[in-house]
Design a protein. Structure first.
Length: 753
């Protein structure tokens, strides 16, 4: 004869017609339509004459439940369906038969009461969206069948946790696994304000004397148990004896392991009673297996706070002997521990265990697979600081930061720094923010100086060790100069356009065949020739990548634009670094709609021509364009003007683009005279589009078929004439000749004497 668990509402049985809740009525109707279900009785529970709960007790005779199954599910099973008047509360499902098996996927209930079936993993609000009485009854039936057939917890599901969650949590430092075995380990514990549910968050910090005035010192005891088989989650014990008994049933000895952990903290010389603190945090580490002898699939951690020192706890556990205000783990036999069960009643508070975000966890939660490069970020202004923040929060890269500027009050409008950082060097502030982010998980080194400081050996060593150098300085000096460095690092530069509606990213290829100086030239060529280039750099002052730079108060740069572009740039640096190829990417964002348009610019390697002290830099893409312009006009000669820029800091002349022959040019099979139609407008447009960077730098022309590019006497005379034209500005002039054969491209550089 079956025995049944009693429910509080058993004494308030009523006819089914008395139930008024919509969910109750729907379930009644659905049960009536089923031949394998039978309604046994109903109840209505009230408090202060107000209905609180309606209960339907139904027998489920599921055909899918095997006879004499090894789990112990019977046919039928009596199920109580308890519906609260508050529709936002879940419907509770209780198995009333005494002897109903305790299984996984059951909710926490008071001891010796009817087991509660866990039917849904989703929040009740999500369940309510598609809930019907028929589906609900099928869900109960499915739970019983799967339990009986051993498929309630599938083999590919993670093993269950050992305890139900608590109101409080302990956050372990990111380097816990590395430092956990250090002898005499102590931790400073800080607690958050108590929450409305009476819980709080404890955070452990390794030996931190600076926290003495704001933290409570806890003795941390790490206790490792033998493996246990996963099963139904346990209720959280409130005494040390209950905790011990729970694991004793699973073959693990909590009290014995705790004794050993305490003894290991006490040397033969003993410990003075003052060498303990007012509280002890026990951290249990429990390996969990799916079945006896199986591999460990998870190490479950649960903390327990005890309001007494670990030496006093050791004495109550008979692990230590107290003599003349000292505690000993061993004695000569003169002193004997006092045997007592006092320890069993020691109050404990169960606490969930979480880990502070390490770089590994950050990548896991961010979906970032590669660990990232050893990197140097040059420029910690608004854009650079946000990009660094994105990389650190995703655990990508190990960074040094370089900047010689400091934070002013107006910077906080568009910079992620906080008020305390005003007056600090931007690199120092960025490193402080990074190191605070993960309790030291992100060790960012700050160099409060210019990235062009060649005299600092530590900075130069950082560059030498780097795999990636990202320039976000807003000026032109650094990306051009590092193009001359022969080191292993790939270099990238990123900047916002003056309107802050656009952003640009350039990354060198893995072999550094296309360096930043030539990528800059190819970017400008796209600005000159593509329709989007007409407005791309409007508002530029001609001295820096972006506007007047972040150092100027008058620069209008909303933080929303900085965030939008910085997040995209940070992500794209990571994405493009996975490819060995160089890239130039340009984004235009419409702030009115949020639309973002991306444009890629083809990249080619650079070719350098040394002419005296000047290096001529021209890329393979422009050389191919010159060949194509020559081929299109054969057998006649052709030519045009050259656009580019000089950088006398580096003795560099960079050729950006070449025009086709003006319409009023004169050309034959052996001669070419360049016309002037549209040339002035072309030069002015180039300066306007590129913020006065790209200007006229010389001429080019072609030679006939089967004729090399070696200059003729006329060509040499022309260079001298051109040099005289540019003498007013003191600039050298470049002449390029395109011909046939091994010497298909020749360069001449003329300067006024």
């Amino acid at each position: 004869m079956a025995e049944w668990h009693q429910l509080p509402e058993d004494q308030y049985k009523v006819p089914a017609t008395t139930l008024t809740l919509p969910r109750s009525q729907a379930i009644l109707a659905a049960v009536a339509r089923r031949t394998d279900l039978s309604l046994e009785w109903c109840a209505l529970f009230k408090r202060d004459n107000q209905p609180l709960l309606e209960t339907l007790v139904v027998d489920f005779a599921c055909d899918g439940v095997p006879n004499r199954n090894h789990v112990g599910i019977e046919i039928p099973e009596r199920i109580a369906i308890r519906i609260a008047t508050d529709k936002d509360l879940p419907i509770e499902v209780r198995a009333l038969r005494k002897g109903f098996p305790l299984l996984l996927h059951q909710n926490a209930v008071e001891p010796n009461t009817a087991p509660s079936l866990c039917l849904y993993a989703e929040p009740q609000a999500a369940v309510n969206r598609s809930w019907t009485a028929e589906r609900f009854l099928h869900r109960i039936e499915e739970w019983l069948i799967r339990a009986a057939t051993g498929s309630l917890h599938l083999d590919d599901q993670p093993v269950e946790q050992l305890f139900f969650t608590t109101r409080s949590e302990l956050v372990l430092p990111h380097d816990y696994e590395v430092r956990r075995n250090e002898p005499n380990l102590k931790a400073w514990g800080t607690a958050s304000a108590e929450r409305s549910n009476k819980g709080c968050t404890y955070t452990l910090h390794w030996d931190s004397p600076e926290l003495q005035n704001q933290a409570k010192l806890l003795d941390l005891l790490i206790v490792s148990l033998s493996p246990v088989v996963h099963g139904r989650p346990e209720e959280n014990p409130v005494t040390l004896g209950q905790l011990h008994d729970i694991f004793a049933l699973r073959g693990a000895d909590v009290a014995g392991s705790l004794r050993e952990a305490i003894r290991s903290r006490v040397s033969s010389a003993g410990r003075n009673e003052k060498e303990q603190d007012g509280s002890t945090m026990i951290l249990l580490e429990i390996p969990v297996v799916r079945h006896t002898g199986g591999p460990v699939e998870r190490t479950f951690r649960r903390a327990f706070l005890i309001m007494k020192g670990f030496l006093d706890l050791g004495q109550s556990l008979t692990a230590l002997i107290r003599h003349e205000r000292k505690f000993y783990a061993e004695s000569s036999g003169i002193l004997q521990p006092i045997q007592s069960d006092e320890w069993r009643s020691t109050a404990i508070e169960g606490i969930d265990v979480l880990f502070a975000i390490s770089k590994t966890l950050a990548r896991l939660h961010s979906g970032v697979v590669p660990s990232g490069p050893i990197g140097v970020l040059v420029g910690a202004g608004s854009l650079g600081a946000v990009m660094l923040d994105c990389w650190l929060r995703s655990g990508w890269g190990t960074w040094s930061v370089v900047d010689n500027d400091y934070l002013k009050p107006h910077n906080l409008v568009r910079h992620p720094a906080e008020y305390w950082a005003i007056g600090l060097n931007k690199a120092v502030a960025a490193a402080a923010r990074a190191n605070e982010l993960g309790q030291g998980a992100n060790q960012v080194r700050a160099f409060p100086m210019s990235g062009l400081d060649d005299g600092n050996p530590e900075l130069q060593q950082a560059f030498a060790n780097a795999q990636l150098v990202v320039d976000v300085t807003t000026d032109l000096d650094f990306p051009r100069k590092v193009s001359q460095y022969e080191n292993k690092a790939r270099h990238a530069t990123a900047f916002l356009t003056p309107s802050t509606n656009g952003s640009v990213l350039m990354i060198e290829d893995e072999r550094r065949g296309a360096r930043l100086r030539t990528l800059e030239a190819q970017y400008y060529r796209a600005v000159l020739n593509e329709p989007w280039g007409a407005t791309h750099l409007l508002g530029h002052n001609g001295r820096q990548w972006t506007g007047a730079g972040c150092r100027d108060k008058s620069t209008v740069m909303p933080y929303t634009a900085v965030l939008a572009h910085a997040a995209n740039l940070a992500e794209q640096v990571r994405v493009h670094l996975e490819s060995p190829e160089a890239c130039i990417q340009v984004w235009t964002r419409n702030p009115a709609t949020g639309d973002v348009l991306n444009r890629g610019v083809p990249c080619t390697n650079e070719c350098n021509i040394g002419l005296g002290q000047i290096t001529i830099s021209i890329d393979e893409g422009l050389i191919a364009k010159l060949r194509a312009l020559r081929k299109a006009q054969l057998p006649r000669e052709t030519g045009g003007i050259l656009l580019g820029y000089h950088d006398f800091n580096l003795n560099l002349l960079v050729v950006v683009d070449a025009s086709q022959a003006p319409t009023d040019s004169e050309a034959t099979a052996t001669t070419f005279k360049r016309g002037t139609a549209g040339v002035k407008q072309l030069i002015e447009s180039a300066a306007t589009r590129t913020a006065n960077i790209v200007q006229y730098v010389g001429e080019w022309h072609s030679h006939p078929p089967k004729v090399s590019a070696y200059p003729s006497v006329d060509d040499k005379i022309q260079v001298l004439n051109l040099a005289a034209v540019l003498a007013e500005d003191g600039l050298p002039v470049l002449s390029l000749i395109v011909g046939d054969g091994s010497s298909e491209l020749m360069a001449m550089l003329g300067a006024a004497i």
